[in-house]
Design a protein around this ligand. Sequence first.
Ligand code: ADP
Ligand code: MG
Length: 393
Amino acid sequence: MPVAHLDDLLARDVSGRRVLVRADLNVPLHEGAVSDDTRIRASLPTLRKLRDAGARVIVCSHLGRPAGEPRPEYSLRPVHAELRRLLGGEVAFCADCVGDAAQAAAKKLANGEVLLLENLRFHPGESANDPDFARALAELAEIYVNDAFGAAHRAHASTAGVPALIDERAAGSLMEAETDFLERVRVPERPLVVILGGAKVSDKLAVLEALAPHADQLLIGGAMAYTFMAAEGLPTGASLVESKRIEDARGVVRAAKSRGREVLRPTDHVVTASLEPDAEQRVVEEIPDGWLAVDIGPETAERYAGAVALARTCFWNGPMGIFEMPAFAKGTLRVARAMAESPGTTVVGGGDSLAAVNQAGVGEHISHLSTGGGASLEYVQGSALPGLLALER
Ligand code: ADP
Ligand code: MG
């Protein structure tokens, strides 16, 4: 069923009308300040468009997991300061997202003004999708826009309850961009190459199982590669292996092969005697006893880069090694550069993977940097997201 987009909404006159925008302003904080403003920046286009159209813009979001009670360390106040700076111009703030204070703040807005409400999760009704809480939020506005792709996999009051109560509703620009690009992974121009890495098979099992039979080539890196190697009976030394996931890893490879797809794993490795900075390192084809594999080796990196170069569509989640340590970042940075050089559609998701792309300085050459986290992975797995379903009409 179709979802209305922000531009459909703007084609009608929204001037003077109150619009509740569910944004994803769930950013990391460090010592009371925003330490990464990516998600705030990603939310700006929708807010600017509405503001410029003269709407009265009421923004709500969650931040962290305050477990249904007001906790100052999860306040959106630091986000408010950053939003003001980035959006340019005044942004009002209300210390509660519902109730008399929120109602009054919403009523006070003039055309083209923006109000940020305090953390939705200060109320238990948000995560519980409580009907009374949803009604209290919905009462603030006449129009609802969901731009919080990163929260679309949750059936919470602000993502599922409110849109059921407001007929005039639409997806924001970020929501639209995320779904457009991730849809190109679900229904790809082939060959589709998927690169999965990161720490654990158990974190990524659902996406591995969904994408192994779907991708023409699945390239495995990061610590999860050693669980796949253990599944083949290969030596893994002291590398991270999830013994409880070895059978799952076998299943992933079997599922891919039964569909005629290819799963590639590292064939050379950067190993270290320990994670101490001055520990001895080597590049090996067979991981020696007691040594830790911490990055894909240079040959593997070239092989993976070659596969990426031939892809028409490429999706990457999860670093190839402990890229936070410069000595073990080469494989990850090589893959980031290969993605940037690929002529196909390239999509990167995952907090650490985005950090790696930025570390490589190639962000602008990737077709889409997905800020959706868990929601992005669920979407490419083919799951229906409650936040998107609720926008349909
Ligand atoms: P993303 O945030 O992009 O989804 P993950 O959180 O799944 O990625 O994985 C990132 C983490 O995986 C990083 O902290 C990285 O150090 C770790 N990692 C990658 N390869 C290895 C490895 N060989 N050994 C230990 N940790 C690894
Ligand atoms: Mg991570």
